[in-house]
Design a protein around this ligand. Sequence first.
Ligand code: UTP
Length: 289
Amino acid sequence: MKITKAVFPVAGLGTRFLPATKAQPKEMLPLVDKPIIQYAVEEAVEAGLDLMVLVTGKGKQSIENHFDTSFELEEALEKKGKTQVLEEIRKISSLGKFVYVRQQQPPLGLGHAVLMAKEIVGNEYFAVFLPDDVMDCPVACMKQMVEVHQKTSAAIIAAEKTDALGQERYGILKVEPTDNPRLHRIVDIVEKPGAQNAPSDLAVMGRYILPPEIFEKIEQTGEGAIGEIQLTDAIKSLLGEKEFFAYEYEGERHDAGEVSGYLKATIKLGLKRSDISEDLKKFIDEIAS
Ligand code: UTP
């Protein structure tokens, strides 16, 4: 069955970005001139998904406003004859159908946030996007994953080779090879094991295609690491029942969820923009020398 629903958990507190995130969502911080969340929604559109389910929370109203029509702004831009930017602004509210569900305070973790989408998703496979992971890929990361799902009819988790630091930061996968060197059958998943206990160097990145059975598993999952309901724990308990593959996507990921990754992503994406790249390059050369 075709995947149509995209779930974006955006209810987190963004503590690594305080004080910037005291009164504004981390997901609305701009990378160059576009909020982080818009990159993820555009990726979903490229993957052919059309129902965007955003799991929001306290103080996240600007995300809803961003994807809503802004008549006053459009009128003002029209009057000023700023047709190009008007086009861009109009495009945002027509990226898909948007549905909002709210995770109540305090946010109880990623697993709990995904559970909030249960009724909307229903009984079908769905995609999950953690917008902090900004994917810069020749073919949209989720599009690559949807293609793999269509071939395997299984759950797919985006994966990337990592180092000792990554083994401390991310979920790490124990895998078996398949015929496709980018595709691995998942045998186990461990949240932030550290280099000593990591079963491999393959880390979970923020894109998933999950079966609806995950919701029941999340409901049965108690609080895990740091008192939160972890998605990893629910996936782990579903592994024996459903087939899961790790897919090493083609492309590059930027971790915009922490300050240095965010700055690097800003520079990398800025350098790709023809209107500012030359100036930016000159500046980087200047400060580097
Ligand atoms: P993160 O752990 O990166 O986000 O979760 P966070 O908790 O906001 O950030 P820090 O660690 O405090 O700095 C990945 C995604 O999951 C969402 C976040 O909004 C982010 O987009 N999330 C996380 C929720 O929606 N609810 C939660 O309970 C936790």
